[in-house]
Structure formats: structure tokens, C-alpha cells
Design a protein around this ligand. Structure first.
Ligand code: 3Y8
Ligand code: NAP
Length: 249
């Protein structure tokens, strides 16, 4: 009988949890513990880091995990790298449930940058009204460009004010919708949006809003991830669970 650990924190992980609850059997969803009250799940949840590759390998062995599903965000690069190494060390089958990157369509005004540091550099120049749709964890890097009026969107109220002299903070969690993001960008007179190429649907609304308003986007490309078996739909994970062994994957 399978015993599944899902590394979660995304819309796709939550969709998989619903399918696993219906399927029955042992399955646990894991959160890092980044936000105060993560979404409730229909399967048991654990919260917090494992303690690196070694900690995760020990967890997999101690809990008799047979299948590890990495359904973390494409920017959770350390977690994804650890998952591949720990699964190999523990002799546990591994798959990644991830979403394809977004691609620009007609009307998009994207500038691709490699990482957060390049996004900061791209903001050199006169003061503008900038939306940082990056969450809380990397915002302080933008203190290097203090001349802008920043619109920030966090999941939780931060313990201390962000290190940006001129900012307006919106506390809200996705998934977001087009109408809401259109209103937000218009209300704040946003002149440029900075975001990660997260893919999926939960964070996509701001791109549609920027397109409709003719607002340019600084798009941070994904970090490198290890080679691994990847699928883009929760149903494909169930197929792998039920037939993967026959396919040798
Ligand atoms: C803790 C657990 C679900 C999952 C929902 C998805 C969509 C809505 C949109 C914007 C972009 C951002 C951010 C975002 C979105 C989904 C998904 C997604 C982006 C929760 C959640 C956890 C987190 C962690 C959080 C990060 C932050 C990133 C905010 C739950 C709500 C910017 C990513 O305050 C903090 O410390 C937040 C930290 C990591 C990125 C960062 O670097 O700050 N996600 N987000 C997970 C854990 O503890 O393991 O409550 O659901 C989940 C979701 N947030 O099941 O419905 O699938 O990605 N999350 C980005 O895409 O750029 C917001 O504002 O437009
Ligand atoms: P990260 O930088 O790749 O991970 C750093 C460390 O956090 C990991 O080494 C691990 O600690 C712990 N960790 C991460 N995800 C975990 C999980 N699902 N369960 C248990 N521990 C976890 O990851 P991150 O960018 O901080 O993202 C944290 C979580 O938020 C992820 O689950 C991700 O899906 C979600 N999220 C992230 C983003 C984003 O923009 N990064 C966006 C949406 C959602 P140990 O080494 O101690 O095991």
C-alpha cells in the first residue's frame, strides 16, 4: 500500500490533496510554515522544515513513505533540490507536480530578468509607482531602489515594517482574480509590475490586469531545478501512483 508525502504550498498541491483524500490510503501534505494560517487540507498536514536533505531522508524512512510528490512552487528551488536527493537516498519514488511557465501574449510588455537582483537593477531610474507582487520574503532587496512608490502584497501582516521608505502594503492571499487586480493596479496608478514566473492560475490575474492597462512587467525567470520526472496535472500524479511502477518510473 502506498504512503505518500506531498510537499505543498500551491494550488496544484491542494488539488492533488483533494484527489488523494478521495483515493484513500496514507497521504500527508507538508507546509514549510511560511504563513500564519495555511489553507486547511482534506488530508493530514505537517508544518515546518525537515532539516535539509538528511532530515528529509530520515523523515521518509521513519514514516515509511513510498512516494514523494514535490508540488512546491517553481521558486522553491532549495526544497525541490533537497527532495530529489532525499528521495534517492531513501530509495523512495519521486515526481514533481509543477505548472508550465507563463508565456507573453499579444499586448504584454514583459522584460525578462534572471533573478531578484536583476529585477532590482532593472528598477534603476526616476521614481515610479511599482507593484512588487513577490510576497514578503524578498522585498527588502528593493531597498537598493528607494526612489519608487511601492505597492506590496503580503499574505500576512509582517512582524516589522518593510525596509522601503515609500510603500503601501496590501495584506491578501490568492488566488487572485482579474477584476480585483485591475482595481488594485488602477487605484494605485501602478506603472510597472515586478513578479516571478510562477505559472499556474493563482497568481496570473495581475498579468491580465497589466496587459489591459498597458503596464510593463518585469518578469523574474525561474531558478534552475534538478532533472526529475515532472507532470502538470494532479490526475497525472494519481496515474503515476497507480501505474508508475509498471512504466518503470
Ligand atoms: C505557505 C499556503 C492553495 C495555494 C495558493 C500558487 C497560488 C495563491 C499567488 C501576488 C503573488 C507569491 C506568494 C503567491 C500565490 C497561491 C497559493 C500563491 C504569490 C500560500 C501558502 C503559503 C504561501 C507562501 C508564500 C510565500 C510567497 C508566495 C505570496 C496557503 C498562501 C508572491 C508567490 O508572507 C510570506 O512569507 C509568503 C511567502 C513563499 C513568496 C515569497 O517569497 O514571499 N507564497 N503562500 C506555504 C508553506 O508554508 O509551505 O495558505 O495556501 C499559498 C499560495 N500562494 O492551496 O490555495 O499556487 O502559487 N504566494 C508568487 O507566485 O510569486 C502572490 O501577490 O500577485
Ligand atoms: P525554499 O526556499 O525552496 O525552501 C527553503 C527551506 O524551507 C527548505 O529547505 C525546507 O527546509 C523548507 N521548506 C520549503 N518548502 C517546504 C515544505 N513544503 N514542507 C516542509 N518544508 C519546506 O522554499 P520557499 O521558497 O521558502 O517556499 C516555502 C513554501 O512556500 C514552499 O512549500 C512553496 O511551495 C511555498 N511557496 C513558495 C513560493 C515562492 O515564491 N518561493 C510561492 C508560493 C508558494 P529544510 O531544509 O529544513 O527541510
Amino acid at each position: 500500500m502506498s504512503n505518500i508525502l506531498v510537499l505543498g504550498g500551491t494550488t496544484e498541491a491542494s488539488a492533488l490533496a483533494v484527489l488523494l483524500a478521495a483515493r484513500g490510503g496514507d497521504a500527508v501534505l507538508s507546509y514549510a510554515g511560511r504563513v500564519a494560517s495555511p489553507r486547511a487540507q482534506p488530508i493530514p498536514v505537517r508544518v515546518g522544515g525537515f532539516g535539509g536533505v538528511e532530515g528529509l531522508a530520515l523523515y521518509l524512512g521513519d514514516h515509511g513513505v513510498t512516494h514523494l510528490v514535490d508540488a512546491t512552487h517553481p521558486f522553491a528551488a532549495r526544497m525541490s533540490a533537497n527532495a530529489v536527493l532525499a528521495a534517492d537516498r531513501a530509495g523512495v519514488r519521486h515526481i514533481a507536480l509543477t505548472r508550465p511557465p507563463w508565456s507573453p501574449v499579444a499586448g504584454d510588455r514583459w522584460t525578462h530578468v534572471a533573478d531578484i537582483e536583476a529585477a532590482v537593477t532593472a528598477l534603476a531610474g526616476p521614481s515610479r509607482r511599482v507593484m512588487l507582487a513577490l510576497g514578503r520574503m524578498q522585498v527588502d532587496a528593493f531597498a537598493a531602489q528607494p526612489q519608487h512608490d511601492y505597492l506590496l502584497r503580503f499574505v500576512d501582516v509582517p512582524d516589522h515594517p518593510p525596509g522601503l521608505p515609500r510603500h503601501h502594503l496590501v495584506v491578501d492571499r490568492g488566488p487572485f482574480d482579474l477584476d480585483g487586480d485591475l482595481r488594485l493596479l488602477e487605484a494605485h496608478g501602478i506603472e510597472v509590475v515586478v513578479c516571478k514566473n510562477a505559472g499556474g492560475t493563482g497568481a496570473q490575474a495581475k498579468l491580465g490586469a497589466a496587459r489591459a492597462l498597458g503596464v510593463p512587467v518585469i518578469m523574474i525567470d525561474r531558478p534552475a531545478l534538478p532533472a526529475r520526472l515532472e507532470v502538470h496535472a494532479a490526475e497525472d500524479v494519481l496515474h503515476w501512483l497507480d501505474h508508475g511502477a509498471d512504466l518503470g518510473v
